[in-house]
Design a binder for this molecule. Structure first.
Ligand SMILES: [Zn+2]
Length: 210
């Protein structure tokens, strides 16, 4: 999989947004980092996948506890990891991501793009559906027991509302990968839900009319 191309494709198909235009507008680069894991899935190192090299980027990433996830996206990463001359976003993927099924990879990139939209302050209210917030909160209940830093900091009500509303588009744009909206959401949160808490049956899933 060409990760950057897939990211752009999902951005366009699901959110109707142009990824290159987003980067150009902020004069940003995208840095891709691969997190290397040991046999217990602990990150032990990282290396550049694409984007410009930055002399202290690797050290900064290693020092931060932010990388302990399978897939992550930091908008304006320089501000978050305290490298102020780094103007760009950071996508990191662990070996677990690289070895995952295609549908998991697509769903996780979709998950990260929801973060990008909220964190970059892009307009998304027009993408919401009337029950986006109530159903987003119901989905959130499946993840609240994890209590991770990411859960508290980035998995907000706005983020869940956006994920719920646009997951219908993900499912209908990729019918070969996802059975329906529920399948798309469960796949996008597979690493955020405790084992045994799926399927998410207390949600009013939208009908796929495609
Ligand atoms: Zn997340």
């Amino acid at each position: 999989m060409d990760i950057k191309n897939t990211l752009s494709e999902i951005f366009l198909k699901v959110f109707n947004l142009d990824y290159d235009a987003y980067l150009q507008k902020g004069s940003r680069d995208l840095y891709g980092i691969r997190l290397i894991e040991d046999e217990h899935c602990n990150v032990i190192n990282c290396c550049r996948m694409f984007g410009l090299d930055h002399p202290i980027l690797m050290d900064a990433i290693k020092k931060k506890g932010l990388i302990q996830s399978v897939c992550g996206y930091l908008t304006d990463a320089g501000k978050i990891i305290n490298i102020y001359d780094l103007n760009g976003d950071l996508l990191f993927v662990a070996d677990t991501f690289l070895k995952a099924e295609t549908r998991t990879q697509y769903a996780l990139l979709f998950h990260e793009l929801c973060h990008l939209i909220i964190e970059a302050g892009l307009e998304y209210k027009h993408l919401l559906v009337p029950n986006a917030y109530s159903q987003g909160k119901n989905i959130r209940k499946y993840t609240q027991y994890i209590g991770s830093y990411e859960n508290d900091r980035w998995h907000t009500d706005n983020w869940f509302a956006l994920l719920f509303a646009t997951s219908m588009r993900l499912a209908s744009e990729y019918p070969v990968l996802f059975k329906n909206q529920q399948d798309a959401v469960e796949c996008s949160l597979i690493y955020d839900v405790l084992p045994g808490d799926l399927p998410m049956n207390n949600i009013e899933w939208m009908r796929n009319n495609h």
